[in-house]
Each structure stands twice: as structure tokens, then as C-alpha cells.
Design a protein around this ligand. Structure first.
Ligand code: THU
Length: 157
């Protein structure tokens, strides 16, 4: 028997101004996307912004529905829109932000398992690491690749 350990590394920033300019632009796009959320039930407005290798940024937001499971998280809205509109372009990063009661959440919103799996798929499709930038009011967490949020990713069929 062998005990093994998986370590996850990420970087914490305390303000948008600490980010390099492209990351700051992506984080701001995620914050801006929260304004386009349709979240009448949870009132938890989530924004996501996907960065392509060529510099283009595509935004998405959570879209809720009276039949609750029919709604979709911001991350998957953004990722599916990104892939559907630019199928031949590689995605290299995603940023996520959440606004509740009119305020950017203090602690970053962390993506659900289904969204992590979808991120993993587009990372696999592009063949490049997908950076994940989670934006809170005074905590910004940067993960270099989806694997850091989803160790032992399923990608084997
Ligand atoms: N939500 C997201 O859009 N992304 C997340 O990372 C967490 C949760 C949405 C789903 C639902 O519309 C609302 O936030 C409350 O869970």
C-alpha cells in the first residue's frame, strides 16, 4: 500500500490592481457580466468571462428558471456560448465573480462540480492550460489550470 497526496497551488491577490493587465481585464469582464445575470430566485448574480488565445473575451451569467434544474450557472453559460460562437478557437482562461445584495462577494464564488468538468473538457479540447481566476472583493484566487480545481479529471473516453 502507498499513501499518496495531491497538492493544489494557487495565488491570492487582494485587489484587482495587483493583477497583470490582461488578468485584470478578464476579472473586470466577469464582474461586469454579473449585471446580465437572470437570477430572480436566488438573487445571487454570477458573471463569467472566458478568454481565448487570440485575446477575445466572451461573457456569460447565470440564467435561472422556474423549473429550477433548467437554469444554468454563469460558467457553463459562458463556456457553451464561447464554444458555440467560436468553435475553432482555443480558450485559455475563465474568470468568475458573484454579486449578492448589490455587493461583490467577499470570498470568491467557487465553481460547482459540473462547471469544473465542462471547463476541463474545453481545456482538453484546446490542448492548453485553462487559467481560472476567481474574483472576490478583497480576495482574488488564481489557479493556473483546471486540474487544480478538479484533480484526477475524467477525460478518458
Ligand atoms: N451559480 C453559478 O452561476 N455559478 C457558481 O459558481 C455557483 C452558483 C448560480 C446558480 C444559481 O443560479 C445561483 O448561482 C445560486 O446557486
Amino acid at each position: 500500500m502507498t499513501s499518496k497526496e495531491i497538492k493544489i497551488a494557487y495565488t491570492e491577490f487582494t485587489s484587482l490592481d495587483e493583477l497583470e493587465s490582461k488578468d485584470k481585464e478578464l476579472a473586470q469582464a466577469a464582474i461586469d457580466a454579473t449585471a446580465q445575470a437572470y437570477a430572480p430566485y436566488s438573487k445571487f448574480n454570477v458573471g463569467a468571462a472566458v478568454l481565448f488565445e487570440d485575446g477575445v473575451i466572451v461573457k456569460g451569467s447565470n440564467q435561472e428558471n422556474a423549473a429550477y434544474p433548467s437554469g444554468l450557472c454563469a460558467e457553463r453559460t459562458a463556456l457553451f456560448y464561447a464554444s458555440a460562437s467560436r468553435p475553432d478557437k482555443a480558450m485559455v482562461a475563465i474568470s468568475i465573480a458573484a454579486v449578492h445584495n448589490g455587493e461583490l462577494c467577499e470570498t470568491p464564488a467557487t465553481p460547482c462540480g459540473a462547471c469544473r468538468q465542462v471547463m476541463a473538457q474545453y481545456q482538453l479540447k484546446s490542448g492548453l492550460p485553462m487559467m481560472v481566476l476567481l474574483v472576490g472583493a478583497h480576495k482574488i484566487w488564481k489557479f493556473d489550470k483546471v486540474d487544480d480545481l478538479l484533480p484526477l479529471i475524467f477525460d478518458s473516453i
